[in-house]
Design a binder for this molecule. Structure first.
Ligand code: SF4
Length: 391
């Protein structure tokens, strides 16, 4: 059975840049959306003609951005139809689309996206507190987000995610609880909760530098993470990845495919893909993408990871998930190197962060609390112990 594939489609347009975001997007939708739409359709067809993908079933598609909902359902249908024509799109494939709350107005409108082929929505609520939305520079209000949730509840989308951001400057435990309580009233099957991070060059970064805002200290971040996990655990969600929670059977298949180190194509300006240990990408440059594609040049740039970086990348992804590193998915060499390195990290730190089992190695919750520093230790250990064996 050929290994499955996922497809990520990047739609690099926004109405306004949010203060914390460093994803690639432009404000050029009015001028460039028509040309981008047809170019993307050609890009899908071009990728489908690459023989290495011909026999691989596509198990998920994700339309992300940017703000994908700037495009009407007919454009979305065109891309999904093109994927169906040029790839082996599985009949039960998960087809997700990011959607911003200010856009969700009626269930009839959502129905059109459903008919276009989308069967899962990822709704960027971020917060339901007005001051927090303002701090993030979001275009929508808390009231608008609640209206969107009401519309969503009456639509035929049974699979959707409420996406929130926490660890905001000044955010308290009751603030986070307030957003969570309100979101939970709508019983989302899936919740993504990402901690706000400081990205260079954003307005948020600038405001921190100016001293206008201060990042929450480690203790507050820890408290917020604990509240998040406990509130969602009590509400029946499984914490299946460090930033993701789902009801049974509603885990994001597309994201799980990434975290399980599966292969995926990234199509569109600024999109990234990965086949094995080779990374492919189209640069963050819409004009360049359009110019090259008008000459029929859809070849993405690529780079192959060094064996050590590949091993570390594999471990980083897998340790973020509750299932961890599965022995059955590893070659003997990969399993041995990771087992040895993680055993040494554990004994160096003197804390039982990793659970070593017959079927694999996974993090316990305490490890997730300090995962970044554990991964630095792992990188260091692999550099010293594994490099001579694999490079
Ligand atoms: S968070 Fe979403 S809507 Fe805001 S700038 Fe980034 S991509 Fe655009």
């Amino acid at each position: 059975m050929p290994r499955s594939l996922s497809i990520y489609i990047h739609l690099p347009f926004c109405e306004k840049r949010c203060d914390y975001c460093d994803f690639y997007s432009t404000l050029d939708f009015p001028a460039l959306n028509t040309r981008y739409r047809s170019t993307l359709t050609e890009n899908i067809a071009w990728a489908g003609r690459q023989s290495q993908f011909a026999s691989r079933p596509v198990q998920s598609v994700f339309l992300g951005g940017g703000t994908p909902n700037l495009y009407k359902p007919d454009a979305v249908a065109e891309w999904i139809d093109s994927i169906r024509t040029h790839f082996l799109l599985s009949p039960d494939a998960e087809i997700s689309m990011e959607m911003n709350p200010e856009f969700i107005q009626s269930s009839a409108q959502l129905e059109e996206y459903h008919r276009a082929g989308v069967n899962r929505l990822s709704v960027g609520l971020q917060s339901l507190i007005p001051a927090e939305l303002e701090l993030l520079g979001r275009i929508h209000s808390a009231e608008k987000a609640l209206q969107a949730l009401n519309v969503l509840r009456s639509s035929s989308f049974s699979n959707w995610s409420a996406d929130i951001i926490y660890s905001l400057p000044g955010q308290t435990v009751p603030d986070l609880q307030q957003t969570l309580n309100r979101v939970l009233q709508f019983d989302p099957p899936h919740i993504s909760a990402y901690s706000l991070t400081r990205e260079a060059g954003t307005r948020y970064d600038f405001r921190l530098t100016q001293g206008e805002l201060s990042e929450p200290d480690e203790e507050s971040q820890l408290q917020l993470f604990l509240i998040l996990r406990s509130a969602l655990g009590h509400a029946g969600y499984r914490h299946y990845e460090i930033s993701n929670f789902a009801r049974e059977g509603f885990e994001a298949r597309h994201n799980l495919h990434y975290w399980r180190f599966g292969d995926y194509l990234g199509l569109g300006a600024g999109a990234h893909g990965k086949i094995g240990f080779r990374h492919f990408f189209y640069p963050d440059d819409l004009q360049d993408y359009l110019r090259r594609s008008s000459d029929g040049d859809f070849e993405p740039q690529s780079e192959t990871l060094e064996p050590l970086s590949a091993l570390l990348e594999y471990a980083v992804f897998k340790l973020r998930t509750a299932e961890g590193i599965l022995r059955s998915e590893c070659s003997t060499q990969r399993w041995t190197l990771l087992h040895q390195a993680l055993t040494k990290v554990q004994s160096k730190l003197g804390t039982e962060y990793f659970l070593f089992e017959e079927s694999g190695i996974r993090c316990n919750f305490e490890a997730w609390l300090v995962l970044d520093s554990l991964l630095l230790e792992l990188a260091d250990m692999l550099e010293r112990e594994a490099k001579p064996a694999i490079c």
